[in-house]
Design a binder for this molecule. Structure first.
Ligand code: BGC
Length: 414
């Protein structure tokens, strides 16, 4: 099958030195277990096998990856790190600082990653100047998904402001339809929250509040308004929302039980895996407001012993950023390719919208890292914010108390 330049060169070098060529091996830790996710990761497994690799799967269920990260910590602490791990954002640098990540610069350089990746995204993949992770995709977080028939039957257009969203939700509720499909898990609350921060505050406010952690922004009237809107949204979810997995919430929109879901475009992967067609069965729109919240999946290679494992890491890194994987994987996953040179001809309108908005947002300084998906902050700070968001969503805490708790929690996490 396809042997790329890098694999060929390293194989020749090894044979010339009289050493047997190592068979690439990889134990891969990831949290892609829903229908759409499993279909996507199967693409990587197949490419890896087609190129002579042996894949040992280590899936850890749990949307957003919290459970996977707990499993990773346990493995590293016991001195038995997996070969490759789905890891992203500042967590990559945090692990690098622990001295447990492999340097994959030789692959990155041989494959010319610097020429095909947007600079802002490439930066996330570097640790003290070395390449330490391979990017898979660009997921957009600030999306609303809707059941087309339900909207039409109730005379509702895709909302473009939060007021419109609220008005639509009231109308749907009166008609006996659950307005918002939501799963009450901390990371899902955080996902909705950050889209409201972006929508009501705008890109500059998002940067100040959730990237720079500016205490003034955290306690501002705008943040009070954000928590007010979260309280309003709480009124639009059904009674059984607690603990529900995100893909089950997506299924509620698919089957017309609910009208909307606010979720990143891995939800599109779910619709597609169920045979649903964008524009016909379901609609996508960015959440109200300007800007683009990006969530880039990536894999980091852990420092492991054995030529077979190292060969596996090199092969995986090379395939992940390779153009064919980038196209096929992202068609399934709901995201768009991270490479700038992959044509989007086979992609749907939602992906085109994502790509256009990403370019426009980058030009306007509104391309922002998702805090809820670990792209903006280190674990402790992100955790401090999510604790407050969840506590507020699941109680009758006032917005004024929430902003105070937010500022205090963030200050204590520094
Ligand atoms: C990941 C996606 C994944 C989603 C749900 C996000 O944090 O970036 O790849 O599909 O969580 O598990």
């Amino acid at each position: 099958m396809k042997h790329t330049a890098f694999a060929a060169i390293s194989a020749i070098a090894l044979t010339a030195a009289g050493v047997a060529v190592a068979e690439p091996q990889a134990e891969v830790l990831h949290w892609w277990t829903s229908g759409g996710e499993a279909k996507s990761v199967a693409v990587l497994q197949k490419e890896f096998a087609d190129n002579g690799g042996t894949w040992t799967d280590m899936p850890v269920a749990g949307g957003g990856g919290d459970a996977a990260m707990t499993a990773l910590r346990a493995r590293v602490l016991s001195g038995n790190a997996p070969t490759a791990v789905q890891l992203k954002g500042p967590a990559i640098q945090e692990w690098y600082e622990e001295g447990v990540l492999a340097d994959i610069s030789s692959v990155a350089e041989a494959e010319g990653w610097a020429d095909v990746l947007p600079e802002q995204i490439a930066e996330h993949m570097k640790c003290e100047g070395a390449w330490c992770a391979a990017p898979v995709n660009v997921h957009r977080v600030d999306w609303i998904w809707a059941n087309k028939d339900v909207l039409e039957a109730n005379g509702i257009e895709m909302p473009t402001t939060w007021d419109e969203f609220n008005a639509a939700a009231e109308k749907l509720q009166a008609a006996g339809i659950i307005p918002l499909a939501h799963g009450g898990q901390a990371w899902q609350d955080a996902t909705v929250f950050e889209t409201v921060v972006l929508g009501l505050g705008g890109p500059e406010f998002f940067q100040q509040a959730l990237v720079d952690l500016d205490p003034e922004a955290l306690t501002s009237d705008t943040m009070v308004a954000v928590f007010d809107q979260m309280r309003t949204l709480r009124g639009y979810v059904d009674d059984n929302f607690s603990g529900r997995d995100w893909n089950l919430a997506t299924a509620m929109v698919m089957n017309g039980e609910a009208a909307f879901q606010i979720m990143g475009d891995w939800a599109k992967g779910e619709f597609l895996a169920a045979g649903k067609v964008p524009g016909e069965d379901f609609l996508c729109g960015s959440t109200p407001g300007e800007g683009f919240l990006y969530n880039v999946d990536s894999f980091a290679m852990f420092d492991v012993k054995g030529d077979d494992k190292k060969a596996g890491q090199d092969l995986l890194a090379e395939l992940i950023v390779g153009p064919s994987f980038q196209e096929v994987f992202n068609l399934n996953k709901g995201s768009i390719p991270v490479r700038t040179d992959v044509a989007l001809d086979k992609f749907d309108d939602c992906a085109h919208l994502s790509s256009e908005d990403m370019t426009a947002s980058a030009e306007g300084g509104a391309l922002l890292p998702s805090y809820a998906h670990g792209m903006a902050l280190r674990g402790a700070q992100a955790g401090a914010i999510t604790d407050v968001v969840t506590a507020h969503f699941n109680s009758d805490m006032s917005s004024a108390d929430a902003v105070q708790m937010l500022a205090d929690g963030v200050a204590n996490s520094m």
